[in-house]
Structures are given as C-alpha cells and as structure tokens.
Design a protein around this ligand. Sequence first.
Ligand code: TYM
Length: 330
Amino acid sequence: MNLPSGQTILSGIQPSGVLHLGNYLGAIKQWVALQDNNTAYYCIVDEHAITVPYDKEKLPEYILDTAATYLAAGLDPTKSTVFVQSHVPAHTELAWLLGTLTPLGELKRMTQFKEKENKQQAESNLGLFAYPVLQAADILLYQADLVPVGEDQTQHIELTRDIAKRFNNKFGESFTIPKAYLPEGTSRIMSLSDPTAKMSKSDLDKSYIALTDEPDAIRQKIKSAVTETEPVISFTKSGPAVQNLLQIYEAFSQLSRPAIEEKLSTGGHQKLKESLADIIIEHLQPLQEKYADLRSDETALKKVLAAGAAKANEVASKTLHLVKEKMGLA
Ligand code: TYM
C-alpha cells in the first residue's frame, strides 16, 4: 500500500483502560507507519474519557498506560508529537467556539452518542452529547489532512468536515478539510464472542485481546472465539466470525490471502485458532516487553508528554488565535 507523505496527521485514543487488538490494528499500527514522512500528532484524549462514568484515581494511571502503549507500539517522540489533550487548553476552547456552529440535529444523529446514551441513561450528560464537537476541535486545531481511525469513527470525521466547511463559508478559509484514513482489512475488528459487534473494551473480557494479555490468556480467548459450524476457511466463503479471525491473521502475517487460505484450510477451526494465537503472541511479545520497560519509568513518560504538550500548544494556540480573530473575539 502506498503511504501518504507530506501530510499533517492527527488521531487519538481514550485512556479508558486497557487497549485492545481493535485499537492496534484499526489505529495505532497506521499511526506508526505514518509518522516517518508526515507531521504527526497523537493525542491521549482524556477529556473525552470523562464523558462516561470513570474512576478519578485510575485515570492518571490509564493516561500513562496509554502513553507507554503508544511508544511500545513504535511511536517515536522525535518523529511524532505525543501529548495529553487536557494539557493543551485550546482543545476545549475551540470546542466551545465550534459548538456555536453545530446544529443539535447533527449531534442527535451520532451513533456513538446514541449507543452510549442507551447504556447509561441516568448518567448521560452534556459532555457526552458535545463529544463530537471536541473531537472536531482536536482535529481542526492542527489543520490535519488525514485522521487515521477505525471505521466506527468515520461519522465523527464527517461531522468534523461539515463543521470546518461551515466555518470556512461563514468566516473565510481557515481550516483544512480533513479526511478519515482507514486501514485496509482491519478497520472494524469484530468481537471474538459476537461477530456482529465490534471488538470493544466495554464488552466481556473474553471478547477482546488486550495488548497486555499474557500468552495463555490469548490462547484461551482465541480458543473460545465463536466460529460458524461449517469448517470452510476462506476470506470470502467463510461466515463473519471466521472471516474476522482470518483478517486478524492477515494483519500480522506477511502472506497473501490465497497463501493464508492454503496454509490454514486443511486443519479446520482448531488449526486456524492455534496458528492465529501463535502469530498474535509472537507479534505482541516485543510490544509487551517494551511496554513493561517504558511503564516502569513514569518520570520519563511524563517528560515525553510534557515535551509533546509544549509543541502541540504552540500549533494549537496559533489556530485558536486565528479562529477568534475571524469570529470577532480577538
Ligand atoms: P476510541 O478510543 O474508542 O478508539 C481508538 C481508535 O481505535 C479504533 N477502534 C477500532 N478499530 C478497528 N476495530 C475495532 N474493533 C476498533 N475499536 C476501536 C477507533 O476507530 C479509534 O481510531 N472518539 C475517538 C477518540 C478521539 C479521536 C479524536 C480520534 C477523540 N478525538 C480525534 C481521532 C481524532 C474514540 O472514541 O476512539
């Protein structure tokens, strides 16, 4: 695949607990590939994470866990700007300004909002409703061209584009119109226990592989993954559960689809699952070793985040200043 170059990239993940294979294959793997020939900003979006009930003692830990995961997966702070959203006040300030350009009807249509609201009616709050506007601010502050995300975020990126276009029309060209950048084949990794639902950290433990899972846990979870009853192992002819397992296999292997089918087609589901567990374990092991190392030095992690915030603040405050001027607030 031809990687873009010379672009500005921004993306983020919520520090709401352990990261899983969906986050890695849907987002972080692309982030690492994009950092070499582009200007990349990767954020830990803590202000998004507080829109649902959360534990204030754990949040600072999760922020450092996420930072360590970013670096262990291959983000290099000399190439990418890695920072925490709440360390850059321009995010919430721009979100307020953009909120005045966002029709309520558009926010009410957001799938992620509807799903989360259904889950926790009583706890629903303005922050959860306004969440996509904050996400638009995250992206537009850096004038990002590309936003590498999984498929579930495309609706938010569309909203961001609409807000940016509306702003440009009303106040004059100010924002780059960003595009979602989706990975081939892994933009929607499905749950291991339900191939109609995406892999998610809020689901049952056995339905996702955490990036920090031990080899035994990985084998166990893959072994208990649901499959269709027909033994066929094929990217096109298998049902969605087996296709999901094959797609995860493909993402970690250097082989073509026909070569994978040939290799795995004879041993039924058992062989597919054993080979899949092996390849996941093999690829996560170096990441886990680096993670343990990085996570044990909080001072070093905080230093990386402080340097990232300083760089991010410089860029973000310039955009914010421009926006305020255009809106008559300067
Ligand atoms: P979050 O924290 O839920 O997920 C982080 C990234 O992981 C991707 N992802 C998946 N990809 C494939 N298969 C899956 N099962 C899967 N689950 C998660 C997500 O698509 C995402 O790319 N609103 C965002 C965070 C955010 C953001 C931003 C992203 C805030 N500001 C600005 C990009 C730009 C979210 O909740 O992602």
